[in-house]
Write a protein that binds this ligand. Structure first.
Ligand code: ZN
Ligand code: ZN
Length: 223
């Protein structure tokens, strides 16, 4: 399918119209978030911050969803994910980046949720990373792509330095460059989060490494 997209003109991921990966009519159906949800209890918040009662030292401090994960956004995301259309991803992410909400704070750095190298080889590119770069350019925020890595837990212990071995190693997420995250306000970027388990785990690793504040930033989120 991705060969088709290289050889033939673009088609709307939702209605199949020719011309772009999402046609103008379908774009009007996109629903952007002008509010946020508490990353712990899922109830709405106005400022994106985790409710005081929901806070915990190693938990997410806030959450920024961009577009609602339903048709046609979900069609477009599926096309990007399964057909590996990097070109469609660029078109989508530059469009979605423009909807960075007013309540979003400024971050010291953005960190995309890493993909396991094996998965990355299959997928071709990490959507979260590509999206983080779009956001980073637009908001003039550095994007750290090697601060957080995903490795297999069995392989990890052997390949890490003694100091790193001691540090949190959770679900394969490891913070290799602690200095890069220490005392920083981090936006942890993912493409689609149906549950926030991955974000929470990665957040915990960053906080144990010394990050001051960690917010989840998710391109598409169900509501
Ligand atoms: Zn369409
Ligand atoms: Zn809450």
């Amino acid at each position: 399918m991705f060969i088709d997209d290289l050889l033939f003109p673009k088609r709307c991921a939702s209605c199949d119209a020719w011309g772009s990966y999402l046609c103008d009519l379908c774009k009007q159906e996109l629903r952007y978030f002008d509010f946020s949800l508490c990353p712990i209890c899922d109830r709405p918040t106005n400022d994106g911050k985790t409710h005081d009662v929901c806070r915990s030292p190693l938990g997410l401090d806030g959450f920024i969803p961009i577009v609602q994960y339903r048709e046609p956004a979900s069609d477009l995301m599926k096309k990007i994910k399964y057909a590996r259309v990097c070109d469609a991803a660029r078109e989508a992410y530059s469009m979605f980046s423009l909807h960075w909400p007013d309540f979003a704070p400024s971050f010291d750095a953005l960190i995309p949720v890493p993909m396991h190298p094996k998965k990355l080889r299959v997928r071709g590119f990490n959507q979260a990373e590509l999206f983080a770069h779009h956001l980073g350019r637009l908001n003039r925020t550095p994007v750290l792509t090697d601060a957080l890595v995903k490795i297999r837990e069995t392989a990890s212990q052997a390949s890490l330095k003694v100091d790193d071995r001691k540090q949190n190693l959770q679900q394969g997420f490891v913070c290799l460059h602690k200095k890069d995250v220490q005392k920083k306000k981090i936006g942890l970027v993912d493409d689609v989060a149906t549950t926030r388990t991955t974000l929470s785990l990665a957040c915990e690793v960053l906080k144990k490494a010394g990050a001051k504040e960690v917010w989840g930033v998710v391109l598409a989120h169900s509501f």
